[in-house]
Write a protein of this length. Structure first.
Length: 156
């Protein structure tokens, strides 16, 4: 019994350490790719350190500032092809991200095979999303010839 509790505690601490260690920041991306950062101008370096970007940035500079995009789309207009990087975010309408309490799901009534009316479903603790989910672009960056031509940020 004590061994099981100890193993659960060690596993929980390890998972927490792993999750917090995976957070990507401009500083961690710069540390991981110092040669790419050294190629930037001093003005670009200042913006990248603060997680910002500017028109004319290369895709490498944007990756240092914002990280990898969630998705990429291609758009064609009269001047040619534009690559659009989407940095998406997911939100829950009621402001609650996770509900960790008991869940009464799958309600349905009917006659059981042994006779009598019963209510089926699952009850138990767990992690369940609450409310409808919405995904939106918190940041969009448009490139033409590997240079930023425009970008937009969702203001909340």
């Amino acid at each position: 019994m004590k061994t099981t509790k100890l193993l659960c505690m060690v596993a929980s601490i390890s998972a927490l350490a792993w999750l917090t260690g995976c957070e990507s920041t401009p500083e961690s991306r710069i540390r991981d790719n110092p040669a790419a950062f050294a190629q930037l101008t001093p003005q670009e370096q200042t913006l990248v350190r603060s997680g910002q970007l500017g028109v004319g940035f290369s895709s490498l500079a944007v990756k240092l500032a914002l990280g990898d995009p969630t998705s990429v789309t291609l758009r064609t207009d009269a001047q040619g092809q534009v690559q659009v990087w989407h940095y998406s975010e997911t939100v829950y309408y009621d402001g609650t991200y996770i509900y960790g309490g008991p869940y009464w799901g799958g309600w349905g009534g009917g006659w059981g095979r042994r006779g009598g009316w019963g209510v089926g479903g699952y009850w138990g603790p767990g992690i369940y999303p609450v409310g409808p989910v919405s995904t939106y672009d918190s940041f969009r960056v448009e490139f033409r010839n590997d240079r930023v031509v425009s970008f937009s940020q969702e203001v909340r």
